[in-house]
Design a protein around this ligand. Structure first.
Ligand SMILES: CC(C)(COP(=O)([O-])OP(=O)([O-])OC[C@H]1O[C@@H](n2cnc3c(N)ncnc32)[C@H](O)[C@@H]1OP(=O)([O-])[O-])[C@@H](O)C(=O)NCCC(=O)NCCSC(=O)C[C@@](C)(O)CC(=O)[O-]
Length: 359
């Protein structure tokens, strides 16, 4: 059940001084009781996706259990992970950064009132997360002002912080000052293959070497809870220096439903870390990664969006050096509205790669 784990309803904590009764409904509960939504266009046509399907990101990966005031655990979603509902754990075997960021935002959002929304977050990944044990999320209520509230969340494992995340929430406010860049012109999602279809296409290449067949088959077996449609994906076997830019359409698998902006922000936090850092590696095909990890992750939420509808993820890396790389991203709605901006720095330790062809 999206709204509870172990039977406990996940209610945002009553802000101090107000009774639990006035606490707002869980940031998860609304989505599970919502009627299935029609497709992205909202055209009222019957959804072409399975209407009983809930996004696994909502029903487990971002589903926290309340242990005490401002203290949560992801044990339930971890249990799901260990009961075979596999969630994406990167090949680096560290706990996926996007999952910890998304869960930290869920925990922070449960401590603020319903009528204010996340507008930014800034995190540091200070230790590698252990996918084999639960994560505790400790929320510190830094300040509640008239228009803004600030929270600090510590994600803890084995008694040590693995992530520190500051987030800020704002009451809805209108302003005459507004501008945004123009969305890049790219093929629409229905003109493109999914990541899985692309891998199937590569695997049908009779000239592909066994080694790459094994790697691609492993990639295909990963149950990534995100649907991805790369735009102009590099030819898998071509070994050329590419510009440090990539675009792909992304959306959460399954539906989440209208109107639960806090939840869509948490899902976008998960999605934004997928393949983000690799943008900085695109020009450097002649090196093989020995170790790679995100050091920090920042997001700014500009306008309402649906993380279960196709969004264009525009990623670029303006700089890399000193074993670090900076990546910046923009999530665009299909109607051209800039919904989210992201930035992240990562650490890379590399070695020259053997100049073997994949064919
Ligand atoms: C970032 C650190 C590691 C810094 O912490 P630190 O203590 O300064 O770490 P370090 O620089 O001393 O070395 C850490 C490890 O890097 C390797 N290493 C070290 N130097 C070299 C070298 N010259 N050449 C090759 N390898 C090297 C080596 O394995 C070493 O491990 P150790 O030997 O100490 O057990 C720490 O703060 C940390 O682990 N933070 C958490 C990072 C994290 O978990 N990020 C989120 C997950 S990563 C992610 O989700 C993105 C990803 C990976 O999925 C991207 C993607 O897949 O697309």
């Amino acid at each position: 059940m999206a709204a509870s784990s172990g039977g406990k309803k996940l209610l945002p904590e009553p802000s101090k001084g107000t009774s639990a009764a006035s606490a707002h409904s869980s940031i998860l509960r609304k989505s599970s009781s919502e009627k299935p939504v029609t497709e992205a266009t909202g055209s009222g046509s019957k959804s072409s996706r399975n209407e009983d399907l809930h996004s696994v990101l909502v029903t487990s990966v971002l589903n926290l259990e309340r242990l005490d005031l401002d203290l949560y655990s992801n044990e339930h979603s971890n249990r799901c992970t260990f009961t075979g509902t596999h969630h994406w754990v990167p090949r680096s075997r560290m706990l996926f950064g996007g999952q910890i960021v998304g869960q930290a935002l869920v925990a922070a959002a449960m401590s603020v009132s319903e009528n204010i929304y996340a507008h930014s977050l800034h995190c540091y990944f200070v230790r590698a997360g252990d996918p084999k044990v639960p994560v505790l999320y400790q929320v510190d209520r830094i300040r509640d002002g008239k228009s803004f509230s600030v929270r600090s969340v510590k994600a803890i494992q084995h008694g040590n912080p693995i992530l520190i995340c500051q987030s800020s929430f704002q009451r809805k406010m209108e302003s005459p000052i507004h501008h945004q860049f123009t969305m890049p012109v790219v093929p629409s999602p229905n003109e493109l293959l999914t990541q899985e279809e692309l891998i199937q296409k590569y695997l049908r290449d009779p000239a592909l070497t066994e080694k790459y067949k094994v790697g691609l088959t492993k990639l295909l077996a990963e149950e990534v809870p995100i649907e991805i449609k790369p735009i102009n994906p590099p030819e898998y076997y071509r070994r050329v220096a590419l510009e440090s830019k990539q675009h792909f359409w992304v959306r959460a698998r399954g539906y989440i439903g209208e109107g639960n902006m806090k939840l869509h922000c948490c899902v976008a936090a998960y999605i934004s870390d997928y393949s983000f850092l690799r943008t900085a590696l695109l020009p450097h095909f002649q090196y093989k990664v020995k170790f790679m990890a995100s050091l920090d992750h920042s997001m700014w939420f500009h306008a309402p969006f649906r993380s279960d509808e196709w969004m264009l993820y525009e990623c670029e890396s303006p700089w890399a050096g000193s074993c670090r790389g900076l990546v910046q991203g923009r999530l665009w709605k299909q109607d051209g509205v800039l919904a989210v901006s992201c930035a992240q720095e990562g650490v890379f330790y590399v070695k020259p790669s053997a100049a073997e062809s994949k064919l």
